[in-house]
Design a protein around this ligand. Structure first.
Ligand code: SF4
Length: 328
C-alpha cells in the first residue's frame, strides 16, 4: 500500500483544477456498469409476445434511453429476449443463435410460452420452456407481458448485472420436475350433445346436406373423450353463410366412411384427422400421414399419446434437450 493520506491529498489538489473530475471505482463495477448500460438485444421474435416487444422498442416506450440498440446479427448482440412460443423446430435455431452471440450474454424469457410452454406445454411440437435449451437470467410473466413488464424485466436484468450477480439460471434437475406422462389430464364432459348421427348414416346424411345447398366443408376435426372419439363436421352454404354441424361418436374400431366422394375438399382434412387421431376413413383415396413422417409412432392428439416415445427431430426426449444444453 502506498501513502494513502498523500494520495488523498493529491486527489484533493487535482479536484481543484478547473474542469477536473475524478471517479474512483473497481474495474469490475466499471465493466458491470458498462455492460448494463449498453445491452444490445438480438432482433428476433417468435410469436405474439414479440409484437408486444416491438411496441416496447417503439418511440412511446423508447428503449434507446436504456442504451439498448437491437442488432440484426447475433455476433453483435449480448442479450436475447425470447418472446413467444418456442417450437421444437425453432429450439435448435435458438440454441445456435445463442451460441453465436458475443459474451458475456444474457437471456430474458418473456411471456408464459417462453417460460413454460404455457397453453402449449403438452403439445408435441412445443418446448416446455426455453430454459430447457439455454440458460435464462430473468423471467417476465404475462400472456403477453405489457411493455411496462418488459421494461421491468430489463431493469431487473440491469440490476443483476450491476450487482455482479448475473449468473445464468439453469434448469432444475429431473427429480424436481414431475414426469410429463404422470400428469393426469383433467377429464371433461362432452360439452355438446346435439347434432349426433349414427356413423352408418354418415354418407346419406352428407348427401342430404349437400343437396340442401351446403356446398362447402369448413372442417373435419376430432375430440378424444377417452371413452370414445367424436368426429365433428361443419358445412356452409356459400350463398348465405348458413352453417350446419354434425357429430359422430365412433366405436372402438375407430373406422368411418370417407366423404371425399361427396366433398372432395375433405380429402386432406380426413388425412389430417387420421394423422393426429388414427381414425381410419374407409374408401379414402390416399389415407397417408400428412403432417408427421410416414414412420411416426402413435397419434399425437390422442390423450394416451406418450410424449417421450416419438422420434427426432420433431419431439426430442428430455435427454436430447439435456444433451443440447451441455454442449453450450
Ligand atoms: S405467452 Fe401468450 S402472447 Fe406470448 S406467445 Fe404465448 S400465447 Fe402468445
Amino acid at each position: 500500500m502506498g501513502d494513502v493520506k498523500k494520495s488523498l491529498k493529491d486527489i484533493g489538489s487535482f479536484m481543484k483544477l478547473p474542469g477536473a473530475n475524478l471517479f474512483i471505482t473497481k474495474t469490475a463495477d466499471l465493466f458491470n456498469w458498462a455492460n448494463k448500460s449498453s445491452l444490445w438485444p438480438l432482433s428476433f421474435g417468435l410469436a405474439c409476445c414479440a409484437i408486444e416487444m416491438m411496441a416496447t422498442f417503439s418511440s412511446r416506450y423508447d428503449l434507446d434511453r436504456l442504451g439498448m440498440i437491437t442488432r440484426a446479427s447475433p455476433r453483435q448482440a449480448d442479450l436475447m429476449i425470447v418472446a413467444g412460443t418456442v417450437t421444437v423446430k425453432m429450439g435448435e435455431r435458438i440454441k445456435t443463435l445463442y451460441d453465436q452471440m458475443t459474451g458475456p450474454k444474457w437471456v430474458i424469457a418473456a411471456g408464459s410460452c417462453a417460460i413454460s410452454g404455457d397453453h402449449y406445454r403438452h403439445v408435441y411440437s412445443v418446448v416446455p420452456g426455453v430454459d430447457w435449451i439455454i440458460p435464462v437470467d430473468v423471467y417476465v410473466p404475462g400472456c403477453p407481458p405489457t411493455p411496462e413488464a418488459f421494461i421491468d424485466g430489463i431493469m431487473e436484468l440491469q440490476n443483476i448485472i450491476s450487482n455482479g450477480k448475473s449468473n445464468p439460471t439453469f434448469n432444475s434437475v429431473d427429480s424436481e420436475r414431475p414426469n410429463i406422462n404422470d400428469i393426469k389430464v383433467k377429464k371433461k364432459e362432452i360439452l355438446f350433445n346435439e347434432n349426433f348421427i349414427d356413423g352408418h348414416s354418415l354418407i346419406n346424411k352428407c348427401k342430404e346436406i349437400k343437396s340442401e345447398g351446403y356446398d362447402y366443408i369448413n372442417f373435419i376435426t376430432a375430440t378424444d373423450f377417452e371413452d370414445s372419439l367424436v368426429l365433428t363436421y361443419l358445412f356452409t352454404k356459400n350463398n348465405n353463410n348458413e352453417k350446419v354441424e354434425i357429430n359422430v361418436k365412433l366405436d372402438s374400431s375407430n373406422k368411418i366412411d370417407s366423404i371425399t366422394q361427396i366433398y372432395p375438399g375433405a380429402e386432406w382434412q380426413e388425412r389430417e384427422v387420421f394423422d393426429m387421431f388414427g381414425i381410419k376413413f374407409e374408401n379414402h383415396p390416399k389415407l397417408e400421414r400428412i403432417l408427421m413422417p410416414d414412420d411416426w409412432v402413435g397419434y399425437p392428439l390422442l390423450k394416451d399419446y406418450k410424449m417421450e416415445q416419438a422420434k427426432l427431430p420433431y419431439r426430442p426426449s428430455r435427454e436430447d434437450y439435456e444433451s443440447w444444453k451441455t454442449k453450450l
